[in-house]
Design a protein around this ligand. Structure first.
Ligand code: SF4
Length: 341
């Protein structure tokens, strides 16, 4: 019955969880949509992780993960409403997700859509002007309910039609979290979830955004390659010398991940030879002999052999392997080339 069913945009955060609970409390069936933009890997690594994490907190609720990575990437390159304080194109992102949700209403026989937005909480999207732009652009005018702040916003059609009881909706406003924490207790949401909700968009992080801004023009147009490159942006220390981007692993986990690129013809992988411990360094660009030497020196600079007169570095590109003997570079000089600090 569409008047008793809604779709909920669910980011994994506490507010969207509470919005779902508020609607359920008045007998509305909620079907959850979790949109995968490709940038939600703060608290979980893969999309399966999202489901594993949120399912126990939403017993009996249908959760659908919708892959919007390709559409989102187009939005990210040139958002009509610009970026937030980092590389987060929040207004365009909301419009994209809600447009998709609107298209899915008939699929799930839902009468309206809800979100966990709270008026005045986020400067970019949760002010009255942005809220109006978003609902107009996504075509959900009158059929989009923000249960946590609904009493402060215009009455929607489902409220006017009596599908939803406006009196049971809330009037939360601003950045404080006290009301949300109280509600979370009322709804028996586990403490661990309140402390560390599953949500988190990595585009709001400054360091990641610097890396992305630097690399955006170079990202592959081929989706599979691009998704791997985006993952690479979370790994290691990231540098650029002239046009050449390179990554130096910080620890064993980084190095293991970077070694996955060994043997691929598009990547050159640098490692200290034999028994000297050190980082894995990679670059995707075709490189000149000068850059090859420079990257070998950088690899040596971050290795245990950094104080040696010279050391051997192995370079692998596709099936080809070569060795260079270099004097370790100077870390402080390399730090000036970081794109993420
Ligand atoms: S924080 Fe990220 S996921 Fe959330 S609206 Fe902004 S861009 Fe979209």
């Amino acid at each position: 019955m569409k008047e008793k069913t809604c779709l909920a945009l669910f980011s994994g955060g506490l507010d969207s969880m509470l919005a779902i609970k508020v609607m359920e409390a008045q007998g509305i069936k909620v079907i959850v949509l979790n949109f995968n933009t490709g940038f939600f890997f703060k608290n979980y690594k893969e999309i399966d992780g999202v489901l594993k994490y949120i399912k126990p907190t939403l017993p009996g609720i249908e959760v659908n993960v919708i892959d919007i990575r390709n559409d989102f990437f187009e939005t990210l390159k040139a958002p009509a409403y610009g970026y937030g304080s980092n590389m987060n194109p929040c207004i365009d992102c909301k419009i994209l997700m809600l447009t998709k949700a609107k298209a899915l209403m008939s699929v799930y026989d839902a009468g309206f859509v809800i979100t966990g937005e709270v008026l005045g909480q986020r400067p970019m999207t949760q002010n009255e002007r942005a809220i109006k732009i978003i609902q107009k652009r996504c075509g959900l005018e009158g059929y989009l309910i923000r249960p946590l702040s609904a009493k402060l916003l215009d009455e929607t059609e489902p409220e006017k039609l009596g599908w939803v009881d406006r009196n049971k909706l809330l009037d939360i406003n601003g950045r404080g979290r006290k009301r949300q924490y109280e509600l979370a207790k009322e709804f028996n949401i586990p403490e661990e979830y309140i402390q560390q909700p599953a949500g988190g968009c990595i585009l709001t992080e400054e360091a990641y955004s610097k890396r992305l801004r630097d690399f955006l023009p170079d990202l592959s147009t081929e989706p599979e390659d691009r998704n791997l490159e985006l993952k690479l942006l979370s790994v290691g220390r990231q540098f650029r010398k002239d046009k050449v981007k390179f990554i130096i692993g910080r620890n064993e986990t980084d190095n293991k991940f970077l070694l996955r690129f060994k043997g691929l013809s598009e990547y050159s992988v640098f490692e200290p030879a034999e028994e000297i411990a050190g980082p894995v360094v990679i670059t995707r660009n075709a490189i000149s002999d000068d850059i090859k030497k420079f990257l070998a020196e950088a690899t040596a600079a971050y290795s245990d052999g950094k104080d040696m007169e010279s050391m051997d570095i192995i370079i692998t590109n596709g099936n080809t392997m070569s060795k260079l003997t270099v004097k370790p570079g100077v870390k402080s000089e390399l730090t000036k080339l970081r794109v993420d600090i």
